[in-house]
Design a protein around this ligand. Structure first.
Ligand code: PMP
Length: 392
């Protein structure tokens, strides 16, 4: 890492704020920097699709530029895109949101999540975070001045969020709950019944719910059940989704948040001063992605599912214990060594295969490894052979 380390003491008048100093640099990044210095590495550490965005979506971006559409859009995003998002969410997930007041187009789901923390969390509020989890939630809460309450899920429950683990962590005292299913890093999904049980807990203890559903379209067994569709949940939930995963559009930086008008309005107040509007070119690409690229999503999902089954079968053959992940593009095997950091580093050095130690994703991830299958089958085959040789 170059430049000052924000976790060390501040130097000079450009003092790093206490909030930023509280947050260590991402554990995932550090690992990748190591891998980048090596040749012939097969990375199973990536958190983004290996596919390219569908051609029609890219073409729509190009056409929008040819037509000179290079201005800001409305703060909340173009009307056409918000209407398309609302219609799409209604059709596929039974989510019913008014495109004018209840949909906010953001620079990736990342921006939406950050806006929710900044617009809806007061200093000192407690935000329960179901873990292991995507690495942005904890820093986001800290930047907003909130207190994080980790809620570790358990491999014995296939990393499902349950009322039991919520109660064990003391989440009934929290103000809000962050949950992400299908889950990064575990690949866990929740059944409709499991979602209903979390919803009961949230209603009973009056929790706001921030539901990161960016992997909703990458659900391989059964259908994704959004918590916002549960009775009494719409008014206390913000749903985040976007184009990065399902449409392989990470670099276009486009996502959206859905929620009640007042909360979305508050988030838009932060957004209009910090972002103005999400990237215009990407909004045109996204509109076409929704309207014309459904087949590509189905095809990418089919390929991820094939890879998922392959990786799970290979781990079973090798004798590495791995629960049946059913969503996103990750599996989360138990590490065959006690020290998962040491295992990941040794595997990288000996066999040039990169995976991320599970504890980078918080409580409950210890002793596990995140393995991404957003990599072609040929590389996956070779990587699994190398892992087999390494553990033999
Ligand atoms: N949420 C989760 C769970 C993710 O895995 C990611 C990307 N790795 C994001 C949000 C960020 O998505 P976006 O590119 O839309 O900001």
């Amino acid at each position: 890492m170059s430049g000052p380390n924000p976790t060390t003491e501040p130097i000079g008048p450009l003092r790093v704020s206490d909030r930023v100093r509280q947050v260590p640099p991402s554990g995932i990044r550090r690992f990748f920097e190591l891998a980048e210095e090596m040749d012939d590495v097969i990375s199973l550490g990536v958190g983004e699709p290996d596919f390219t965005a569908p051609w029609r979506a890219r073409q729509a971006a190009i056409e929008s530029l040819e037509r000179g559409r290079t201005s800001y859009t409305a703060n909340r995003g173009t009307r056409e895109l918000r209407e398309a998002i609302a219609a799409d969410c209604r059709e596929r997930h039974g989510l019913d949101y008014d495109p004018h007041e209840e949909v906010l187009v953001t620079a990736g789901a990342s921006e939406g999540i950050d806006l929710a923390f900044r617009a809806l969390v007061n200093p000192g509020d407690t935000v329960a975070v179901a873990q292991p989890s995507y690495v942005s939630y904890v820093p986001g809460v800290v930047f907003a001045g909130g207190e994080v309450l980790p809620v570790p899920t358990r491999v014995e429950d296939d990393f499902a969020l349950t009322p039991e683990v919520l109660a064990e962590a003391g989440a009934e005292e929290a103000d809000a709950l962050v949950m992400c299913y299908p889950n990064n890093p575990t690949g866990a999904t929740l059944t409709r019944e499991q979602v209903a049980a979390v919803a009961d807990f949230a209603r009973e203890h009056d929790l706001a719910v921030l539901a990161d559903e960016i992997y909703a379209e990458l659900t391989y067994e059964g259908e994704h059940a959004s918590i916002a569709t549960q009775e009494g949940m719409r008014e206390r939930t913000i749903v985040f989704n976007g184009f990065s995963k399902a449409y392989a559009m990470t670099g276009l930086r486009l996502g959206y948040a859905l929620g009640p008008a007042e909360a979305i309005g508050a988030m838009n107040r932060v957004h209009q001063y910090t972002m103005l509007s999400a990237p215009t070119t990407a909004q045109y690409a996204a509109l076409t992605a929704i309207e014309e690229c459904g087949d590509e999503v189905v095809e990418m999902r089919r390929q991820y599912d094939r890879r998922r089954k392959f990786v799970l079968a290979r781990f079973a053959e090798i004798g590495i214990d791995c629960f049946e992940a059913t969503g996103a593009f990750y599996v989360f095997p138990r590490c065959p060594w006690d020290d998962a950091d040491a295992f990941a580093e040794a595997l990288l050095e000996a066999e040039s295969v990169a995976m991320v130690p599970g504890k980078a994703f918080g409580a409950g991830g210890e002793g596990h490894l995140r393995v991404s299958y957003a990599t072609g089958l040929d590389d996956l085959r070779e990587a699994m052979n190398r892992i087999e040789r390494f553990v033999a």
